[in-house]
Design a protein around this ligand. Structure first.
Ligand SMILES: Cc1cc2nc3c(=O)[nH]c(=O)nc-3n(C[C@H](O)[C@H](O)[C@H](O)COP(=O)(O)OP(=O)(O)OC[C@H]3O[C@@H](n4cnc5c(N)ncnc54)[C@H](O)[C@@H]3O)c2cc1C
Length: 379
């Protein structure tokens, strides 16, 4: 007997899709509402660490992720300068344990497609182009109102509706993402033949220049600068800005720069780094937030999606293990999730802060070790 038999999920990203798959597998009726008409159309790449891969295995999509993505086990550090010489090759911690590579880079739209297809395969009802507009809840259930004004009753509403979560606001939770002071340009480009793992260059004209292979042929490249309001730039102006920064780096960046052309402007985007953490419980009665709705961090340790997937997994676990939606169930959920998410948000913010402060004595290896120690045990 599960604690719920009918669940509505707002948001078809990693967090929502993970919960949908695991609940539907257990025979729960799941309606997954996703505002966008299609979530596999846009995006570039994503870095997935072992603990995310471990969840994807549980979801039944690991073989597809492995086939589509690009696995590697080292992090390269290069120096700024004309040839960007490699100064270190650091073994990446296998955060999902020995059964998975330390890291897989992959094309985001492929990941979105695998998750949604799997959710549909196990019986979740996926409604694209459908927004959860509001809800009212009582002790027994939640009445969910959709964008078209229709309503339906569920045992639980899951707000997996991302960074600017409307469900979070409707629950009366005031915590929301704050800018951390950095902004990132990302481009999806051809992979130079000699790139076989993520390489980072700290310093030079901006804080970080890096890339992550996503297949034998493609990768995403990024530069991290002081936050500047770049949102008014046209795609053509954006690509010019990124090209201007990228041209000051050497080694593989010489090939990356060739890709930063007006024709490729749609593959370039700018985002501000943000962070937030809902420290109090993530549920209000029978409504709960997970993923970026509950916590976000700059991608300095590349754990955002992994943490969202773990949220979805643990939520489904407690909902199927307990017979009723009870305080004991919520206590277990929060004990398993909040400390872990807190560690990731704090470490990610700290890494960015050290860079903003140009702190050269920072114990980065120590911090990364503590992140690995946090996420290696199963959530
Ligand atoms: C620049 C950048 C780089 C990143 N790189 C990495 C990385 O390399 N590795 C990593 O692990 N993480 C990375 N992250 C973080 C990662 O992208 C997020 O943590 C993760 O995608 C969050 O997943 P989610 O399912 O919680 O939310 P989302 O993926 O944002 O999904 C939320 C979904 O909800 C939908 N929605 C919103 N409101 C409603 C509504 N009312 N009704 C129905 N649907 C709704 C939206 O359309 C959206 O599809 C990065 C983040 C940034 C900003």
């Amino acid at each position: 007997m599960t604690a719920v038999t009918r669940v509505a999920i707002a948001g078809g990203g990693v967090a929502g899709a993970t919960a949908a798959i695991l609940l539907a597998e257990q025979g729960v009726h799941v309606d997954l509402f996703e505002s966008k008409d299609d979530i596999s159309a846009l995006g570039s790449g994503i870095t997935l660490q072992g603990n995310a891969l471990r969840v994807f295995d549980r979801l039944g999509i690991w073989e597809k992720v492995k086939e589509s993505g690009y696995a590697f086990n080292v992090l390269g550090i290069r120096a700024p300068g004309p040839e960007a010489p490699i100064v270190a090759q650091i073994p990446d911690a296998p955060m999902g344990g020995p059964d998975y590579p330390a890291t897989v880079g992959m094309y985001r739209p492929d990941l979105a497609k695998f998750l949604i297809e799997r959710a549909q395969e196990v019986g979740a009802n996926v409604h694209f182009g459908t927004t959860v507009a509001s809800f009212t809840s009582d002790d027994e259930g939640v009445d969910v109102t959709l964008g078209d004004g229709s309503t339906a009753r569920y045992d639980l509403l899951v707000g997996a509706d991302g960074l600017n979560s409307g469900i979070r606001a409707l629950m009366g939770i005031e915590t929301k993402p704050e800018r951390t002071g950095m902004g990132i340009w990302r481009a999806f480009v051809k992979k130079p033949a000699d790139v076989t793992n993520t390489d980072l260059i700290y310093g030079g004209p901006v804080y970080i220049a890096g890339y992550c292979p996503t297949s034998e042929d493609m990768m995403y490249a990024y530069v991290v600068e002081d936050y500047t309001d770049r949102f008014g730039l046209s795609p053509q102006e954006g690509v010019e800005v990124m090209r201007g920064i990228a041209a000051q780096y050497g080694g593989p960046w010489k090939e990356i720069v060739q890709e930063l052309t007006p024709e490729n402007a749609s593959h370039v985007n700018y985002t501000a780094f943000t962070a937030h953490l809902v420290e109090e419980p993530w549920n209000r009665g029978r409504v709960v937030i997970i993923g970026d709705a509950a916590h976000s961090c700059p991608p300095t340790v590349a754990q955002g999606a992994a943490q969202g997937a773990e949220d979805g997994l643990v939520l489904a676990d407690v909902l199927t293990k307990h017979d009723t939606v009870s305080q004991a169930m919520w206590d277990e959920f929060h004990e398993r999730r909040i400390p872990r998410a807190t560690k990731i948000v704090e470490a990610s913010v700290q890494l960015g802060k050290w860079q903003l402060e140009h702190n050269r004595d920072a114990d980065v290896p120590g911090l990364m070790r503590s992140v690995a120690e946090t996420v290696i045990p199963a959530p």
